[in-house]
Design a binder for this molecule. Structure first.
Ligand code: ATP
Ligand code: MG
Length: 223
């Protein structure tokens, strides 16, 4: 018997995307990415999963989880395609994508984990990265300046060897796939937004207005 869904609905074998990230803060790049990937790759829902402190990112400049979760909820509120899950924030200690993907095994959903080429090229910093790719399908979106091929060559060879090429798709020996998406990310990052805020400059039109006013109200990322 498949386990019941950890999300708001049972997705009954539909294909859902998972977008993990720190969302520090969430921005229009994340939203546009989810919207476009869902449309191009036929996903019925994209679930944003804010992570606890990522072990390789350090704690400087990280807004508390409660604020990141709230901003992500505000960012996704007006789009029924998007859902926000606090499942990683409810865990004790740092959250690891591999644990989340392990936890989702056996549930009645087909998962595609969405990431940018910048994340793919850093995959060897992720816990149990060699196992990650056998747990889920991946959709990799081009982030400005980093094309898929360049990112892929930075993945340790021991992992790359487990894949064969089938057209554009990379197929793992366990039959999961990595799909280089034709979707191109907008040139927006949370780092850029935090830097603008530190300098006291405007972030209008880079984040949803509700996120901007939340940042102002709670005085996040100030000087
Ligand atoms: P930071 O600058 O703090 O690293 P970020 O903008 O990269 O923040 P994250 O929360 O780290 O945002 O990103 C979560 C996921 O979304 C990552 O896989 C990242 O590659 C992807 N992503 C973020 N912004 C974009 C974008 N503009 N286009 C495409 N993918 C993106
Ligand atoms: Mg990032």
């Amino acid at each position: 018997m498949p386990k019941t869904s950890p999300f708001s609905e049972n997705y009954n074998n539909s294909i859902i995307g998972i977008l993990g990230g720190t969302f520090n803060p969430p921005h229009l790049g994340h939203l546009r990415l989810a919207e476009e990937v869902a449309c191009v790759h036929g996903l019925s829902r994209v679930i944003f999963i804010p992570s606890l402190l990522p072990p390789h990112k350090g704690s400087r400049e990280m807004a508390p989880s409660s604020h990141r979760l709230e901003m992500t909820r505000k960012a996704c509120a007006d789009n029924s395609l998007l859902e926000v899950s606090d499942l990683e924030l409810r865990m004790d200690g740092p959250s690891y994508t591999v644990n989340t993907l392990r936890m989702l095994q056996g549930h009645d959903v087909k998962i595609h984990f969405i990431m940018g080429t910048d994340s793919l090229r850093e995959i060897s910093l992720w816990k149990d990265y060699d196992e990650l790719f056998s747990l889920s399908n991946f959709i990799v979106v081009k982030r400005p300046g980093v094309d898929f091929r360049a990112a892929w060559t930075e993945v340790p060879e021991a992992v790359r060897k487990k894949f064969r090429q089938d057209g554009e798709t990379l197929v793992h020996e366990e039959f999961t796939t990595i799909l280089p998406s034709p979707v191109e990310g907008l040139n927006i990052s949370s780092t850029r937004i935090r830097n603008l805020l530190k300098e006291g400059r405007s972030i209008r039109y880079l984040v949803p207005e509700e996120v901007r006013s939340y940042i102002v109200e709670h005085q996040l990322y100030g000087k």
